[in-house]
Design a protein around this ligand. Structure first.
Ligand SMILES: [Zn+2]
Length: 273
């Protein structure tokens, strides 16, 4: 066939459109419909490369104590079992929500933070583990982070933000920028809390620990704010402010919600566990 410019443009346009045709998926537990057109293989590839770069850069700070890590990983493993149990409870297919989780801890006594990537790689800073105090507290954090993964929040954020940036920046950069550096929306945060408390309860942890964790964080934020006296100190304090609080708005509202949801999950699964 001879090269025909009009056909070429038409076929390119069709290819482009089929890549970007909006498609919907449903978030487990909340049942919310979300926009998600991002191919899983692509998001995995980009997340993996970002994750392994992060581990390389932080190699000396990665916690390698086997006993310490076993405790954290066992909690993660239990939450995974809780997720599986949820799908059994609902009689739904678990396969689409099975991820290859991996948890790493960064030895850092200043950073009160944790994050999860779309490829189910989770990073906790040791300070948030100390702050969480107990296994139940750590289950709150891991349940929440795995909630972001199960709800495919990164993919949703990317899907919502498709603009001409995609042509100028390129897909990899756009995914990195949106997927890793923008804070979650309030709706996604709240959803991850809700998924998290369901999963941690099904995993055998005390769901009351979730509101307790957020109450403690709210008290801590208020305590830190008291010392905002002048510019120099503010800079120092901002560095000490928990990342989780900066990117996760309204701690007060969250512990109120979690308090309510704790009773809800106990009732919902009472004949199941
Ligand atoms: Zn979150």
């Amino acid at each position: 066939m001879k090269f025909n410019r009009r056909n070429f443009i038409k076929s390119t346009a069709i290819c482009g459109c089929s890549l970007l045709i909006p498609s919907c998926s449903t978030v487990p537990v909340t049942g919310r419909k979300q926009l998600n057109w991002v191919p899983e293989r692509m998001i995995k590839y980009i997340s993996d490369s970002y994750y392994y770069d992060f581990l390389d850069e932080n190699y000396l700070r990665i916690e390698k104590d086997e006993k310490y890590m076993k405790r954290i990983q066992d909690i993660g493993y239990n939450i995974e079992k809780g997720i599986k149990k949820y799908f059994e409870f609902q009689n739904e297919d678990f396969r689409k929500f099975k991820f290859d989780y991996e948890i790493n801890v960064i030895k850092d006594k200043r950073t009160l933070n944790a994050f999860a990537m779309a490829n189910a790689k989770i990073v906790l800073y040791s300070r948030i583990i100390d702050f969480a105090e107990s296994d139940d507290g750590i289950a709150v954090i891991l349940g929440h982070e795995m909630g972001h993964v199960i709800a495919r929040h990164v993919q949703e954020r990317i899907s919502q933000r498709v603009t001409l940036d995609i042509l100028t920046l390129g897909i990899a950069e756009l995914v990195t920028e949106i997927g890793f550096f923008l804070p979650w929306s309030r709706k996604q945060e709240s959803e991850a809390d809700y998924l998290g408390i369901n999963f941690m309860y099904l995993a055998g942890y005390n769901p009351d620990a979730a509101s307790k964790f957020w109450k403690k964080l709210d008290d801590y934020i208020n305590e830190v704010k008291k010392y905002k006296i002048d510019g120099d100190i503010i800079t120092a304090i901002n560095r000490r402010m928990p990342q989780w609080a900066k990117t996760h708005p309204s701690a007060k509202q969250r512990y109120k919600n979690l308090n309510k949801w704790s009773d809800e999950v106990k009732e919902k699964y009472k004949n199941f566990i």
